[in-house]
Design a protein around this ligand. Structure first.
Ligand SMILES: Cc1cc2nc3c(=O)[nH]c(=O)nc-3n(C[C@H](O)[C@H](O)[C@H](O)COP(=O)(O)OP(=O)(O)OC[C@H]3O[C@@H](n4cnc5c(N)ncnc54)[C@H](O)[C@@H]3O)c2cc1C
Length: 397
């Protein structure tokens, strides 16, 4: 490991990997440090991504566990709503194999010229005259100081780096989705559909997902709001009850736990000498919890902006703001803002209201499915929605 790089990247997830590749392709020196001994493992993810991932990377079939053609929503009362590709939007795409996917993204960065060190943990930020200048790193039993013109914090949901740099990264307890997931096999599923189960009894302020990993195998998981977790009512309690009912004979071959933020993005994602990307910047979707593509997009953008600023000799917060401004005005940034508000409406709905919505969507003519039609019909069958509908309509338009 050198003691000075143009860009130092903390974390070897999708955000860090895309940043490393972009910086190296711009011809600058860079280094990814990853605290775990292996990139991509253990997987803490349901691995679902929308089709738009192919705008960021050429998909390799060996990263893909399943191609997803639609989504199945299951209401609290058991009614189902099958969403076809046009309606399912981001839920149509792929279930990845992240052990391979994450590793290959980092290989791409390494092939472009980025250094990579595993089992190397950033333990503090180096800050001089208010500017982030590098990190102290524990690697191979040694403590080293590594300097950089720009540090990219891509250290995921558990991110500490930005906090060490004085940025408030707190996620309110109610906006942390606490998750448990089993990789299950020998279960009856439709391998082309991802399923979502809603309801207070199933997953309070969250949902249960079944994401197909191929024939008879799936990631079966749950996320519930941190504020709903109590003794005997933890995510694992709900998930075990769900599995006892739906897959009593399935075999669990992996268990993971993790957290997802469902809050607003950080108020500002840059500082002097620092850019924050992906989950570290709280950029996962507040409704679905999905953050792989957002991390990839912001990682790439961060790498490009860092390279430009280094070339112009100005890595101040003001110069790096280009990154913050660009992602906020992007389709992703606008989507995050809208989905946060939609989540705030839906999280308060009682089960009967969810049932009623699913029931009325089931009556729609799917051939003419558009936002205006959806809103009009929803209000027709659920007049109580009028209170929220103004906001909802503005958000969906
Ligand atoms: C249960 C669960 C299910 C999910 N399902 C989905 C899904 O289906 N689809 C989807 O899009 N998203 C999903 N997500 C979210 C998704 O996993 C993240 O949004 C995505 O991984 C974010 O990428 P990232 O690069 O920002 O962070 P990460 O992938 O978390 O990578 C951060 C890396 O930084 C490393 N690191 C942390 N601190 C340090 C340090 N001090 N020094 C060095 N390295 C450090 C970590 O070890 C980690 O490897 C899920 C998350 C959970 C928990």
């Amino acid at each position: 490991m050198q003691n000075k790089y143009d860009v130092l990247i903390i974390g070897g997830g999708p955000g860090g990997a895309m940043a490393g590749k972009a910086v190296a392709e711009a011809g600058l020196s860079c280094c990814i440090i990853e605290k775990r001994p292996a990139i991509g493992a253990p997987v803490r993810c349901a691995e679902g991504v929308g089709n738009e991932i192919s705008e960021l990377v050429d998909l390799d079939p060996k990263w893909i566990s399943s191609k997803i053609e639609g989504a199945l929503l299951v209401a609290p009362d058991g009614q189902t709503l099958e969403l076809n590709p046009e309606m399912a939007g981001n839920e149509v795409g792929y279930v990845l194999d992240r052990k391979i996917f994450d590793r290959e993204l980092v290989w791409k960065a390494a092939n472009a010229g980025c250094d990579v060190f595993v089992k190397s943990r950033a333990s503090s930020a180096i800050i001089k005259d208010g500017k982030v200048c590098g990190a102290t790193i524990e690697s191979g039993g040694k403590t080293v100081e590594v300097y950089a013109d720009v540090v990219i914090a891509a250290d995921g949901v558990e991110s500490k780096f930005a906090r060490w740099c004085g940025i408030d990264t707190t996620v309110p307890m109610a906006e942390i989705e606490t998750c448990v997931q089993y990789l299950m096999t020998d279960i009856d599923i439709d391998p082309g559909l991802n399923a979502f189960y809603l309801g207070r009894e199933v997953a309070p302020e969250g949902y249960v997902w079944i994401f197909s990993k191929g024939e008879r195998t799936a990631n079966v998981g749950i996320g519930i709001s941190g504020k709903m977790c109590k003794e005997g009512k933890r995510p694992k309690d709900y998930l075990d009850a769900f599995i006892a009912e739906h897959f009593p004979n399935g075999k669990i071959i992996e268990l993971i736990v993790g957290g997802v933020s469902a809050c607003k993005p950080l108020a500002c994602t840059v500082a002097d000498g620092l850019i924050i990307v992906g989950d570290a910047a709280r950029l996962s979707d507040p409704i679905t919890g999905g953050g792989i593509i957002n991390a990839m997009y912001t990682g790439k953008l961060a790498g490009e902006v860092a390279a430009e600023c280094i070339a112009s000799g100005d890595c101040s917060k003001k110069a790096l703001m280009k990154y913050d401004t660009e992602w906020r005005s992007s389709k992703m940034g606008k989507g995050l803002k809208r989905n946060y508000q939609v989540k705030e409406i839906f999280i308060k709905l009682k089960d009967e209201k969810l049932n009623s919505i699913v029931n009325s969507v089931n009556k729609l003519d799917m051939e003419i499915f558009d936002t205006k039609y959806l809103i009009r019909e929803l209000v027709k069958y659920n007049p109580w929605l009028l209170k929220d509908i103004g906001t909802l309509k503005r958000l969906l338009d």
